[in-house]
Structures are given as C-alpha cells and as structure tokens.
Write a protein that binds this ligand. Structure first.
Ligand code: SF4
Ligand code: SF4
Length: 303
C-alpha cells in the first residue's frame, strides 16, 4: 500500500546539512513528544507532543497583552514572569501574533508527510553524492508512530536512505512496525541498570533492551550511542557493565556522547528548572579511560 502523504504530525525543527546523525549529509526531522524525562535533556521543548509557547524574559515589557488575548485563560503573570499553562493552551498562536515585543514564540508545527518530504527532497543531490538521506529524531519518533511510518514509507517510494535516532521505548509491535522502513538505527542507551534508568529518565530499560535485540535480529544496521552524564553513567564500572551487556547482544561499535549544557537556555524559556545547571561539561579527553574499557572488550568506542 502506498504512503498516506496527508498524514500529519508535529515537528519542532527540520535541520539540513547534518553530518552527525547517520551516514553522509542528512536532513534531520525532529518529532515532538517523548516518553522519557531525562534530567539532562538538551531539547526540553521536545518532550510534549503539543505545540508549546515559550516566553523570553529579556524581550518582555510586561504589557500583559498576551493575558488579554488568550481566550483559554492559559496565560498568567506570576512573580513578574509570564507563565503559560501548557495543559490549557490549545496552540492557537494568537498570543504570539499579538505580542508587540516578539517575546513569545512557539515550538512545534503540524505538518503533513508531503510537506516534510518537499523539504527533504530539496537536498537529494547531496544525499546521492554523500550516501546521506533523512534522519527522524526528536523527541521520540515512536510517540508519533503513524506519522513516522507514513513518512518513512514515502521516503522509500522516493529512494531516500532512512535513519532514526531513538530511545527505543515502545511496545515491540510498534517498534518493529516503525523500523520496517529504516536502514540505519541510532539507538540511545542511557543506563545498563534498570532501576537507575528509571530514577533518571522516568522509565525502565526493559523494553529498550528488548527492542535493540529486535533491531539487531532483523538485520538492521544498529549503532548504540551513550550520552555520558556525570554522576549517572560516567564511572568505569558503568563502562564495564555496558561493555558486558553489549558483548551479549553482539554489538561491536558504540558512540560516546560527552555531556554538554547546550539546552540550558531553553529551560528558562519554558519556565522549567535545569537540574544540571552547575555541572561541568565533559570532553573527549575526560573519557579516554572510559573509552578504553570498551576497547578492551573488543568494542570500537568512538566520539
Ligand atoms: S504581550 Fe509580550 S511583551 Fe506583553 S507581557 Fe506578554 S509576552 Fe510580555
Ligand atoms: S497559543 Fe492560544 S491558547 Fe495558547 S497561550 Fe497563546 S493564546 Fe492562549
């Protein structure tokens, strides 16, 4: 059956010319919505599946016009700050359009498969030359599985190479359906221990491990990636345990992603607390002993 190109989904960014999200030059489509709540998340605006309004304190002059504009009573001023009640907000964008200072902006746009594809196809010549294509990222594409499936199907109809960056957190039947049309799976592995995984991300890793097994068994090219986070999974014991589990799964390569604070500013725009505000970023040099443990197990660990 042909792809339904009228299927809609919510995306919060489409980034062209990426060289870090799969082979070659790629266009990355960021899906909104994620079932995990990683405390270090660098895209907190991706967590909700809804279109969200962000408030910029530096631009706001407190005219309170946004409060008068909102018919849903979703805007309030609390302690000299503008707060959006994201549960009440319906994403009509009227407050953004009416703000005289451009202090409000939205994250997330509803798009059809065809609209996304039109943007992705603009760079087809670069994909052909570099071995690139499209990468579905997020957020978590599995949260919008119908949209993901139709978009991937449409890409295959157009002979575009497909990759995804996934947490792998979904029921195995949903997961298998989505990866059917994916050539290359970048798989986020946060922690080897189930309880610690739950404590820092809000969910256990049982389904995730099951799904990485499924991806390997189905013959996909799979690259696990570990965001190495201080105090969470950065000890040498963690590297040892990851290595042992990867060996059991038959994984031969892993990418290490040292912790950074790129998303810090977005937390204040969303009126959210950032748990890693005072945590120092990691660099490749800091993780050489960590990397060496994987290498000692015969696993190619790289940055
Ligand atoms: S309308 Fe804009 S400038 Fe006025 S209070 Fe709201 S966010 Fe601030
Ligand atoms: S987007 Fe619409 S519903 Fe949401 S806060 Fe603004 S005016 Fe209110």
């Amino acid at each position: 059956m042909k792809a339904n190109r009228e299927q809609t989904g919510v995306v919060f960014n489409i980034q062209k010319f990426s060289v870090n999200d799969g082979p070659g030059i790629r266009t990355v489509v960021f899906f909104k919505g994620c079932p995990l709540r990683c405390q270090w998340c660098s895209n907190p605006e991706s967590q909700s599946t809804k279109v969200q309004i962000l408030w910029d304190t530096k631009k706001c002059v407190h005219c309170l016009h946004c409060i008068d504009t909102c018919k849903q009573n979703a805007v309030r001023e609390v302690n000299n700050e503008i707060h959006i009640d994201h549960k009440a907000c319906i994403g009509c964008l009227e407050c953004e359009q009416e703000c005289p200072q451009n202090a409000l902006k939205h994250e997330g746009d509803t798009k059809t498969v065809q609209q996304v594809l039109n943007i992705v196809k603009q760079d087809e010549v670069f994909y052909e030359e570099s071995g690139g294509g499209i990468t579905l990222s997020g957020g978590e594409l599995l949260m919008q599985s119908e949209f993901a499936c139709e978009l991937l199907k449409a890409c295959k109809e157009e002979n575009i190479h497909t990759a995804c960056e996934t947490t792998g957190f979904a029921s195995p039947d949903v997961f298998l359906k989505v990866i059917e049309n994916i050539d290359y799976v970048l798989f986020d592995m946060k922690h080897w221990d189930t309880q610690k995984h739950k404590e820092y991300t809000g969910v256990e890793n049982t389904l995730i491990k099951e799904n990485i097994k499924q991806s390997i068994a189905s013959g996909k090219t799979v690259l696990p990636r570990i965001p190495v986070i201080p105090g969470f999974n950065d000890s040498l014991h963690d590297a040892e345990m990851f290595s042992q589990q990867f060996k059991e799964l038959g994984i031969q390569r892993v990418q290490l992603l040292p912790f950074h604070q790129f998303g810090e500013n977005k937390y204040s725009l969303l009126n959210k607390e950032y748990a890693y505000r005072n945590t120092t970023a990691l660099h490749k040099e800091d993780l050489i002993p960590y990397q060496n443990i994987f290498l000692a197990h015969g696993i190619e660990a790289f940055f």
